[in-house]
Design a protein around this ligand. Structure first.
Ligand SMILES: [Zn+2]
Ligand SMILES: [Zn+2]
Length: 151
C-alpha cells in the first residue's frame, strides 16, 4: 500500500457509491471510465479508452463504448453531440448547462445555464409544444485560438 493508493480511497468510495446508487453494479471498467471523465470532461470514447487502457489491460474501445452507454443510460454521465463531432461525455449531469465548442481546436467548455434551470430558453412560438429542456451549443473560437489567430 502506498500513500498514493490510500489518498485515492475516499474518491473510490464515493465513485462506488454513485455507481451503486444509479442501480449499476460496480465494476473496474465503470470506475475507471468515471475517473477518466473526472480528469478529462467532454472526452470522446477514444480519449477515454486511451486514458483507461493502462489500468484495464485487455479492455477494448468497444468495451469503453459499452460502459459509456451504460453510464449515460443510468444518468451518471451526460452525452453531448455537437454537430459534426463524435459524441463527448462528461460527469456534470442534471444542471442544464450548455457548451461552447471551439471551431479551431475543437475544445469544449461548459457554459452555465443562463437562468439556472431547464428549460433555459423558450421558443417565441412553441406551437403548443411542452418544452422541458433546451440545449444550446455556442460555436466560436476559444481564447487560445483567438490569441493564436491574432499572433
Ligand atoms: Zn480553440
Ligand atoms: Zn459540460
Amino acid at each position: 500500500m502506498t500513500g498514493h493508493t490510500l489518498a485515492r480511497l475516499p474518491e473510490q468510495a464515493e465513485l462506488d457509491g454513485a455507481i451503486r446508487a444509479a442501480g449499476l453494479k460496480v465494476t473496474s471498467p465503470r470506475v475507471a471510465v468515471m475517473r477518466a471523465l473526472a480528469d478529462l470532461p467532454h472526452s470522446g470514447a477514444e480519449s477515454v479508452f486511451a486514458a483507461v487502457r493502462h489500468d484495464l489491460p485487455g479492455t477494448s474501445l468497444q468495451a469503453v463504448y459499452g460502459v459509456l452507454a451504460a453510464l449515460t443510460e443510468a444518468g451518471l454521465v451526460r452525452r453531448i453531440e455537437p454537430a459534426g463531432f463524435p459524441a463527448r461525455f462528461e460527469r456534470r449531469v442534471g444542471d442544464n448547462h450548455h457548451h461552447a465548442v471551439c471551431s479551431g481546436c475543437h475544445s469544449v467548455q461548459d457554459i452555465d445555464c443562463a437562468i439556472g434551470e431547464a428549460p433555459c430558453l423558450l421558443p417565441s412560438d412553441d406551437s403548443g409544444f411542452a418544452v422541458h429542456s433546451a440545449e444550446v451549443t455556442f460555436w466560436g473560437l476559444c481564447a487560445a485560438c483567438q490569441a493564436e489567430a491574432a499572433a
